[in-house]
Design a binder for this molecule. Structure first.
Ligand SMILES: Cc1cc2nc3c(=O)[nH]c(=O)nc-3n(C[C@H](O)[C@H](O)[C@H](O)COP(=O)(O)OP(=O)(O)OC[C@H]3O[C@@H](n4cnc5c(N)ncnc54)[C@H](O)[C@@H]3O)c2cc1C
Length: 400
């Protein structure tokens, strides 16, 4: 049986795992990425991925530093310059505008396959990264001084640090016996891409219905990505509708803000659940991205939180490596956990509260949220604070 030694083995080469590999690569560390599914690298030009992400300024800055942003913009990205949020059961609304903030945009909507392709391109240009795909781990052994993984093809990998970037149902998290706290949102997101009668105005739109939020996110060529969160039964019904009925119901639910829905692509559904790992690290082991936390997509923060994990974990690991300290020691890894756990928990709590507030139709709460939206819309500093957080920044450039 062949055994290969690495400093770091990353399980999962999705958006978060591939970003971590790139962030660690400008060093003498030897790295392996083990990915179960070969991601798509080619697709018909007129097709759109049903999975998209709202990418914040902080994440854009990370992609720039990793040397992947230019490739993403060449492939296809859509900046959004405004955000319009309103409540279906009242008159409350809030509007964010990049121009008012002196920013070129508030972020970008990018197809997940575009992000992954740009990262894999970059990852393959580093000689100290072995990209092993398709491959999956079968067995984990945590020993003093190292972790050992056996892959499904029988190969053995030794690592000083093994990182789980293997998504919401993380194999590594389960093998390590790390428990998760779960929040049942009791919603499923129906996703697709559509064409509308009117141009989307480079704006991200979100209407809060009593059943859940409905988002129209702008894409190139005037298309929009839909994330329609609703009950599981309603999601099943929406998926079963023929295209014409689905477009009619979607247009209605969105108050025809962009005219009629005139075209629709394939539809998919994702059950939504909040999860938070009780521990992010153990000696020689760390979790990042969805393996550590999943969150309701209503504020488009999931992968952005994962990319913030990447920055922090790469920073503590590279600092330890430079100082010739062990990269997988509990002491090193605890720094990462301390820096990230609180921030992620805050966002999980905020999204849970938001979801509860907007899904509740008691008259008092309805009045309160409408008033809250209107007041916030008129409160400059609070609005700046919200938008700075949504862009992944501590504060807006030039503003305290
Ligand atoms: C409907 C919806 C809309 C969303 N919108 C946004 C948004 O606008 N903005 C945002 O920031 N976030 C959004 N998110 C969240 C975002 O999609 C996730 O946070 C993100 O995909 C997490 O990336 P990841 O790399 O951690 O995990 P994943 O994307 O799940 O990637 C995990 C990778 O690991 C691989 N893998 C899994 N198990 C194994 C194994 N045993 N062996 C080898 N490989 C394995 C998988 O093949 C995959 O490539 C949304 C989520 C949903 C459901």
């Amino acid at each position: 049986m062949t055994t290969t030694d690495y400093d770091i083995v990353i399980i999962g080469g999705g958006m978060v795992g591939a970003s971590l590999a790139c962030a660690l690569a400008d060093s003498s560390l030897s790295i392996a990425v083990v990915e179960g599914r070969e991601p798509p690298t080619e697709w018909p030009e007129d097709s759109f991925d049903i999975r998209v992400s709202a990418i914040t300024r902080a994440s854009e800055n990370l992609f720039r530093r990793l040397g992947t942003w230019d490739k993403m913009t060449t492939l296809r990205v859509q900046p959004y310059e405004a955000m319009e949020v309103w409540d279906a059961t009242g008159s409350g609304h809030i509007h964010f505008d990049a121009a008012e903030l002196g920013e070129p945009n508030l972020g970008h909507i990018i197809e997940n396959r575009v992000i992954t392709r740009a990262l894999l391109n970059r990852l393959r240009s580093h000689d100290n990264i072995d990209y092993r795909s398709p491959a999956s781990p079968k067995r984990l052994l945590l020993r003093s001084g190292q972790a050992q993984l056996q892959l499904d093809d029988g190969k053995l990998l030794n690592a000083r640090l093994v990182v789980g970037a293997d998504g919401a149902h993380s194999w590594l998290r389960q093998q390590a016996g790390i428990e998760v706290q779960e929040r049942h949102y009791r919603q499923t997101a129906v996703v697709t891409t559509v064409q509308t009668g009117q141009y989307h105005q480079d704006t991200a739109w979100q209407r809060f219905l009593p059943t859940g939020p409905l988002a129209f996110l702008p894409l190139p060529e005037g298309r929009s990505a839909i994330v329609w969160s609703t009950s599981a039964e309603e999601a099943e019904r929406l998926l079963a509708l023929d295209a014409a009925d689905f477009m009619a119901e979607l247009g209605e639910a969105f108050e025809h803000r962009l005219g009629a829905v005139t075209g629709v692509g394939p539809r998919g559904a994702f059950p939504l659940k909040g999860r938070h790992a009780r521990e992010y690290v153990k000696p020689h082991l760390a979790l990042v991205g969805d393996a550590a936390h999943t969150i309701h997509p209503l504020a488009g923060q999931g992968v952005n939180l994962g990319l913030a994990d990447v920055e922090e974990l790469a920073s503590v690991v590279l600092a330890a490596h430079r100082a010739q300290r062990p990269v997988g020691s509990f002491k090193t890894l605890r720094r990462y956990e301390r820096a990230r756990r609180g921030d992620n928990l805050l966002m999980l709590d905020a999204m849970g509260a938001f979801k509860a507030l907007f899904s509740n139709d008691t008259p008092v709460l309805r009045e309160l949220r409408n008033l809250g939206l209107d007041l916030t819309d008129h409160a400059g500093p609070l609005k700046n604070l919200i938008v700075a957080r949504a862009m992944g920044l501590g504060s807006l450039p030039g503003k305290p």
